[in-house]
Design a binder for this molecule. Structure first.
Ligand code: HEC
Ligand code: HEC
Length: 289
């Protein structure tokens, strides 16, 4: 649209014709430094398109003369890290658990690897800090159902407990109530005795009868004094650590219907070096023997 160009009286510069509340816009040219910076960025971007990946095509993209790929860069770094690890992993694979534990460099590597493998494979049952849940044992304490030596822990991890593996650790407590082995009053009595064994409030008279039931029915697996028996995976009953709960209600449920805790076997699913790292890591958690 043509209009009469008005000059600003003070500076003598043309105005654009835009005006706001009496303030007029001057038509100054863009500063030279700005223009040149602009031209340089345009040239730079064209150079960039030529050497680096830039434009999307239908099913690919312009790859650029440098052949750069951020994906490839990540792959290279991963390969580098694997290479660095493989020296350690090779050593771990051929070392015994004791050799790993006695070599501080290998031990540190194994603990770090064990911790991350635990987070991925074990924490959903045993908890992020291996603190356990009802039915899933705490692995930090020094109470072990099946054994807390490094080799015993590794056997548990390799073959599982009541798992589908042929070499699984296995045992089964009878369901004394459901299978009619004990009458309800006998169950109530033996539960009072277990309460007594574990130092809890109990009915002393009933616990007396319960002791007889215990010696006859339970001691073969849990030990004369309820100390537990690892060959059978029968937990200690004479302390305050419980897998399924130590109150009257939970004890009755255990004796009546029994339990069947399943821990999967990991051999074949995790490689040997990982299983060794896990065994060393679990052993280090606090209760290792
Ligand atoms: C699906 C659930 C589940 C997963 C996953 C699992 N566990 Fe277990 N784990 C159990 C149960 C249940 C028991 C107790 C079995 C029993 O009653 O004796 C157990 C027992 C154990 C024990 C024996 C504890 C003792 O006192 O003797 C160890 C050691 C163990 N788990 C380590 C691991 C490790 C290491 C992993 C990961 C590789 C893992 N578990 C993954 C369920 C699981
Ligand atoms: C054949 C061996 C066997 C006999 C006999 C047996 N138990 Fe058990 N008991 C076990 C096993 C194995 C477990 C662990 C079960 C599991 O984790 O699935 C267990 C678990 C328990 C628990 C749960 C412990 C916890 O930490 O939560 C209690 C309580 C218990 N038994 C009491 C008894 C009483 C009482 C008797 C006798 C009336 C008895 N058991 C007889 C093998 C036995």
């Amino acid at each position: 649209m043509a209009h009469n160009v008005e000059k600003d009286a003070v500076t003598g510069v043309d105005t654009t014709g835009h005006e706001w509340d009496g303030i007029k816009e001057l038509n100054n040219p863009l500063p030279r430094w700005w223009l040149w910076t602009f031209y340089i960025t345009v040239i730079w971007s064209i150079g960039y398109w030529i050497v680096y990946p830039a434009w999307p095509l239908v099913s690919s993209y312009t790859e650029g003369m440098f052949g750069y790929s951020s994906r490839q860069e990540v792959m290279d770094r991963i390969a580098e890290a694997k290479e660095a690890q493989s020296a350690y992993l090779g050593k771990i694979e051929s070392a015994s658990l004791d050799e790993i534990r006695n070599d501080s460099e290998l031990l540190n590597f194994a603990l770090a690897g064990g911790r991350s493998a635990f987070a991925v494979n074990c924490s959903q049952c045993h908890g992020q800090g291996a603190q356990g849940f009802v039915g899933y044992p705490n692995l930090n304490d020094d109470e072990w159902i099946w054994g807390g030596k490094p080799e015993e822990i590794m056997q548990t991890i390799n073959f599982g407990i009541r798992s589908a593996h042929d070499d699984t650790r296995f045992s089964q407590m009878p369901a004394f109530g459901k299978d009619g082995i004990l009458e309800r009053p006998q169950i109530n009595a033996v539960v009072e005795y277990v309460l007594k064994l574990s130092g809890q409030e109990h009915d002393a008279a009933l616990a007396g009868t319960g002791q007889e039931v215990f010696v006859e029915q339970c001691a073969a697996c849990h030990g004369e004094n309820g100390g537990g028996m690892r060959e059978l995976g029968a937990p200690r009953l004479s302390d305050s650590i419980w897998l399924y709960g130590g109150d009257r209600e939970a004890l009755r449920e255990t004796v009546t219907n029994a339990r069947y805790g399943v821990m999967p076997a990991w051999t074949g699913r995790l490689d040997e070096a990982t299983i060794k790292q896990l065994a060393v890591y679990v052993h280090s958690l606090g209760g290792g023997e």
